[in-house]
Design a protein around this ligand. Structure first.
Ligand code: ATP
Ligand code: MG
Length: 584
């Protein structure tokens, strides 16, 4: 391909709306253009790289025994009602109406569709296991589309769905996908690692997210360098001790704390109650019901953990400024800052308490009376806790539950997710089979997603320098950029470029000739911005010495004899390819 024949609109300026470097580079290198927020057109180079990521995904899915299908984007709402997600995913669903005013859903994911298919097509245990995948467009009504392809309204996902007859079979399918993911990211030149992830109400440890470490990521990952434990903060646990028990006996005592509405204020003189001896009382609205959540004064609630443990679908803090919520505080008798669960909790309100408070005594909490607190609280004696659960957020430095070493926390981008679903969809959507004894059972499912477009951008986020993208060879739009410094037809650099182009292309190498009539500086800068793994500079000066200049994007220039140039390039590409595939 020739530069002048395709479209590579590189930009010098950083686009004003691109906050993170990978987004800036996607636009500056002429890979994508924004149509509207969260909607992007892939330009020729961007599409080539995207197709390469998709092809790696496809090869590894096929190698793992998954079967490719293609499902419609437009989905009938009835199957979403059947699974219950018409309600639970309501906010994320993009809907459209047809001419008969019938509503359709633009698929954000395809569990309902594939399970409906399997319900109709598979019937005997002999037809299992099966794993179906597709690579296609998803739509999600994200609250805040941002960071380019990272969080888009419309994006490309590889989604796979496994169907097994037994739990053990489902675990084997899960492991195959887990292994395939590790290979996919390694082959894409991406350093990604698996972390334990939230499993919602399904429970268990059979959900992993594949994360790419990056300051710009939207996830916090807790990890232990000593033993390798790693978990999303929404799931992570630590070996932090429970609250130290002190002498019991003293009865509760209400005391005045005028104007004190924070943990911090109560920890100061004249009260001097350390945060770790305070109980923080949070009022939440969980599936439209008011609930109380108790955590230690020096801890933070993790809402995802709370949702996973209780099965609540819509959870939000009650807001005293919201007239509808104000009634909850009125019922308790106090505003935030003086809340507690010792007295005046309306009948029927559930009180959830973090496990770290279990057995705690000599604690201080709000009195449900503005300007008053209660001390000498022995939580199990004085508070009617409905259920104990781990809902606190782990912080850096806490001891690892497995090995005791200090945990660390880092930001990361989620590029993929593997999840054992069990029978969550096969039961409501009737994906059942007859076993050897003629008994009808629901299939045991797993689902496995990779954000193909997000992965592409994560590669850039991880692999760039001040001059531009540094593409791993396997996902670069072209492997080699030939840069003749004179482009007049018949000029020696152009003649040699065309000759090398033919030889390299014949050897299966993907080559772009920068045939623009531009200054060498402009061409070099652009080739670095776009990030071709190898540039071959062909100028009159070096030609006079019988040489061309080979410049790996991430390495030093080397002079190569014209006669051996093609062989040197082929060898370089071969070695680089082998290196990336060896990582897989
Ligand atoms: P997130 O927590 O980032 O919203 P998710 O948990 O909703 O992601 P899944 O439903 O597990 O995502 O989807 C599988 C993969 O699809 C994710 O791992 C991610 O790579 C990608 N993905 C999800 N939402 C988006 C989006 N809005 N834009 C681009 N890629 C996305
Ligand atoms: Mg996820």
């Amino acid at each position: 391909m020739r530069w002048t024949q395709t479209l590579i609109p590189t930009l010098k300026e950083i686009p004003a709306d691109a906050e993170i470097v990978s987004h800036q580079l996607l636009v500056r290198a002429g890979l994508v253009r924004k149509l509207a927020g969260g909607l992007y057109t892939f330009l020729p180079l961007g599409l080539r790289s995207l197709n390469k990521v998709a092809q790696i995904v496809r090869e590894e899915m096929n190698r793992a025994g998954a079967i490719e299908v293609s499902m419609p984007c437009l989905q009938p709402p009835e199957i979403w009602q059947a699974s219950g997600r018409y309600e639970t995913m309501r906010d994320a669903l993009c809907k459209v109406k047809d001419r008969a005013h019938k509503e359709w859903i633009l698929g954000p994911t395809h569990e309902e569709v594939i399970t409906t298919l399997v319900a109709g097509e598979l019937n005997s245990y002999k037809q299992f296991p099966k794993n179906f995948y597709q690579i296609g467009i998803k739509f999600r009504d994200e609250i805040r589309p941002r960071f380019g392809l990272m969080r888009a309204k419309e994006f490309i996902m590889k989604d796979a769905y496994s169907f097994d007859t037994t739990d053990a079979g489902a675990m084997a399918s899960y492991q195959k996908m887990y292994d395939a993911y590790a290979r996919i990211f390694a082959r894409s030149g991406l350093k990604a690692f698996a972390v334990e992830a939230d499993t919602g109400v399904i429970g268990g440890n059979h959900s992993h997210e594949f994360m790419v470490p990056a300051e710009t990521g939207e996830n916090d990952v807790v990890y232990c360098e000593a033993c390798g434990y790693a978990a999303n903060i929404e799931k992570a646990v630590s070996g932090i001790p429970k609250t130290a028990s002190r002498e019991i006996g003293a009865a509760i005592e209400t005391f005045a704390t005028p104007g004190v509405v924070t943990i911090e204020a109560l920890s100061k003189a004249p009260y001097s109650v350390p945060a770790n001896r305070q109980i923080k009382t949070l009022v939440f609205v969980a599936d439209s019901e008011p609930v109380i959540i108790l955590i230690r004064g020096d801890d933070q609630l993790n809402e995802t953990k709370f949702m996973a443990k209780t099965g609540a679908i819509a959870v939000r803090p009650a807001d005293a400024k919201n007239p509808a919520d104000l009634a909850y505080f009125t019922a308790l008798g106090a505003m935030p800052g003086s809340l507690g669960a010792v007295q005046n909790v309306p009948a029927g309100w559930k009180i959830y308490a973090d496990e770290r408070l279990q057995g705690a005594n000599d604690m201080t909490t709000g009195a449900n009376q503005d300007g008053f607190h209660i001390k000498n609280v022995s939580i199990e004696r004085d508070i009617k806790v409905t259920a104990w659960m781990d809902v606190r957020t782990v912080t850096a430095g806490e001891p690892c539950l497995k090995c005791g070493m200090a945990l660390k926390i880092r930001r990361a981008i989620e590029v993929g997710h593997v999840f054992k679903l069990g029978t969550k969809y096969s039961v409501p959507l009737n994906a059942t089979f007859l076993d050897e004894t003629g008994q009808r059972l629901p299939a045991v499912m797993g689902c496995y997603g990779i954000g193909v477009t997000r992965t592409l951008q994560a590669v850039i986020e991880q692999s760039h320098d001040k001059d531009g993208i540094v593409w791993p060879l396997t996902v670069a739009p072209y492997q080699v950029c030939l840069t003749p410094l004179s482009v007049a037809a018949g000029s020696p650099p152009m003649v040699l470029a065309e000759q090398l182009y033919a030889e390299l292309t014949a050897a299966g190498i993907e080559v772009l000739i920068d045939d623009r009539d531009e200054r060498p500086g402009v061409k070099f800068k652009d080739s670095e911005l776009v990030g071709f793994p190898l540039r071959v500079g062909i100028g009159e000066k070096s030609l006079a010495k019988g040489e061309v200049e080979m410049k790996p994007r991430a390495g030093a220039i080397q002079a190569v004899k014209v006669e051996s140039a093609a062989a040197a390039v082929i060898e370089w590409v071969r070695t680089e390819h082998a290196r990336l595939n060896a990582a897989a």
